[in-house]
Design a binder for this molecule. Structure first.
Ligand SMILES: C[S@@+](CC[C@H](N)C(=O)[O-])C[C@H]1O[C@@H](n2cnc3c(N)ncnc32)[C@H](O)[C@@H]1O
Length: 508
């Protein structure tokens, strides 16, 4: 049978079996679900065995990597059957008898899509990738194709989901970013150096009824000269790895270059495939070569690119922590081999004077016309799980609108305080006036801005009716302050609050 027809059948079977994120959660319960998130299989296995049923069979086999029987798979996937799933390369059966063992050849998991794209409604997908350590109990192979990990989710949640014509996904792996992009783009091109990754991405596209243009090659090479995109997304192989014999190189995380050169290359080259106004969003690691110099280094990478840039650093690791994390990620247990790798990483960092490694979300944009106007480097290290695509989209729009509003025009604008902002006041016991006033964003990047009484008073009066200038004049009378001086002091703060989404401009 045509593989596309088989995959369509499989999709129906998986949905009917209740093998969805919600279905699995219901099947195994909260404790086992959280354990599974920590890569611990046992609680989920015990709960699934106890519960039984089609979703239990699929979870045990396709996520947890356990053997089940042909009869169980035939019952769980009635349209596809064991033979159909085997023909697709998903499973291998030991024989034709109902009691014969069936083992998984790949990881096949449900994935909940809730990115606000398209009409905003969530969807249930299934994604095929290579079996991980959870299922095999072994270290990963160098050509391992990754499923959806923490970094994949970070990028998917950070991506601006405005409807666009074309998207390029660089380093597509199992295709997750490209599939998301297909929800809000007419055309999606996805590239990878790994043939196996592209094969699995093709399966995932067909399984989820999506069309992708898959191309093999390094970074931007597979893109034709002059081919431009409205959005480029990339969760590239950014992990900094010593280039030394004996250090395993995993295709999914290591692009084979020294230090953070691969991310630097993307900064330098991505502008060449961006249409005017086009946005590139990528994840990356960058080295610190001194005290807290990350922003200066990245600023240097942007020189001559002509691109706007907004970088949000989310994590910083010292060299030892970084090395431990990635050695463990490869499945290496503590011992002599671990220490050998540890030494290689530390040597590599010492050779370049690396004092730390940052991780973050990079948003680059080709201006529609003229030179770049946006250079923003900030650290947001607290836990932010919300989808941030809307925050980046709104931040770019606010930047552009503020760029053409001089102070006089801003003072003449009626702003509105964003609905998720609250005002927190901290008083010393018995004192009527607050010592500290904080404006706290409830969503997005959850910014907290310290405000003095007059700024908090101005924000509180921003109801979309009075202009900033009118509110400032009223405050000056109330506080018996010099009106022009108060206005001049408040306007830059107001500008920052608009830029950060605590105050909203009227619709344009
Ligand atoms: C971290 S994975 C990201 C997979 C997927 N996009 C996601 O978000 O989960 C990086 C991918 O980049 C691929 N890759 C490695 N070197 C590459 C290169 N030079 N050019 C393009 N892709 C590369 C790997 O094969 C892997 O699939």
């Amino acid at each position: 049978m045509d593989p596309r027809e088989l995959l369509a059948r499989l999709r129906e079977d998986l949905a009917e079996a209740g093998y969805t994120v919600d279905g699995v959660q219901e099947l195994v319960g909260d404790v086992a679900s959280r354990a599974l998130d920590r890569e611990q299989a046992l609680p989920a296995l015990r709960a699934a065995e106890r519960a039984g049923g089609p979703a239990s069979v699929l979870l045990r086999c396709c996520t947890l990597g356990r053997e089940v029987t042909r009869a169980e798979v035939d019952a769980a996937l009635p349209r596809t059957g064991t033979d159909g799933a085997a023909a697709l390369g998903l499973l291998a059966a030991a024989g034709a008898a109902p009691g014969d063992a069936v083992r998984p050849l790949v990881d096949l998991r449900p994935y909940r899509v809730d990115d606000g794209a398209g009409d905003g409604s969530p969807a249930d997908w299934w994604l095929v990738s290579d079996l991980g350590e959870l299922a095999t109990g072994r270290a990963l192979a160098p050509d391992h194709v990754l499923g959806v990990g923490g970094a994949s989710l970070t990028l998917a949640r950070a991506t601006v989901r405005t409807p666009v014509g074309s998207v390029l996904d660089v380093g597509t792996g199992c295709g997750v970013q490209a599939l998301h992009a297909a929800r809000h783009a007419r055309r999606v091109v996805a590239t990878d150096t790994s043939e196996r990754a592209l094969d699995l991405a093709a399966v995932n596209a067909a399984l989820n009824g999506v069309a992708l243009d898959l191309r093999q090659g390094s970074l931007l090479e597979p893109v034709a000269d002059g081919e431009l995109f409205d959005l480029v997304v990339s969760n590239p192989p950014f992990v900094i790895t010593p280039r030394r014999e004996g250090v395993p190189q995993y295709e999914y995380r290591d692009g084979g270059m020294s230090g953070d050169s691969l991310v630097r290359r993307l900064f330098a080259e991505v502008g060449g495939v961006l249409a005017p106004g086009g946005v590139a969003q990528l994840l990356g690691n960058w080295e610190y070569h001194g005290e807290d110099d990350w922003a200066q280094r990245l600023e240097g990478w942007l020189e001559g690119t002509g691109l706007d840039a907004w970088v949000v650093q989310r994590e910083v690791a010292d060299p030892a922590l970084y090395a431990e994390t990635w050695i463990r990620d490869g499945g290496q247990k503590p011992g002599a081999a671990f220490d050998e790798l540890y030494a290689a990483w530390l040597d590599d960092f010492e050779a370049r004077g690396v004092t730390g490694v940052g991780f973050g979300v990079v948003t680059l944009r080709r201006p529609v016309a003229g030179p770049p106007t946006l250079r923003r480097f900030e650290e947001v290290l607290s836990g932010v799980d919300d989808p941030l695509g809307g925050v980046f989209a709104a931040g770019l729009v606010a930047h552009d609108r503020l760029a053409v509003l001089d102070d006089e025009a801003l003072a003449g604008t009626a702003l509105r305080v964003a609905p998720d902002v609250s005002d927190e006041r901290y008083h010393a016991p018995g004192e009527p006036d607050p010592r500290v006033v904080l404006l706290r964003q409830g969503g997005g990047l959850r910014r907290v801005v310290q405000a003095d009484g007059d700024l908090a008073g101005l924000v509180g009066a921003c109801d979309g009716e009075l202009t900033v200038g009118q509110v400032a004049a009223g405050l000056a009378v109330l506080l018996e302050e010099d009106a022009p001086a108060l206005r001049a002091r408040l306007l830059p703060r107001v500008r920052d609050l608009v830029r950060d989404g605590l105050l909203l401009l009227p619709p344009s």
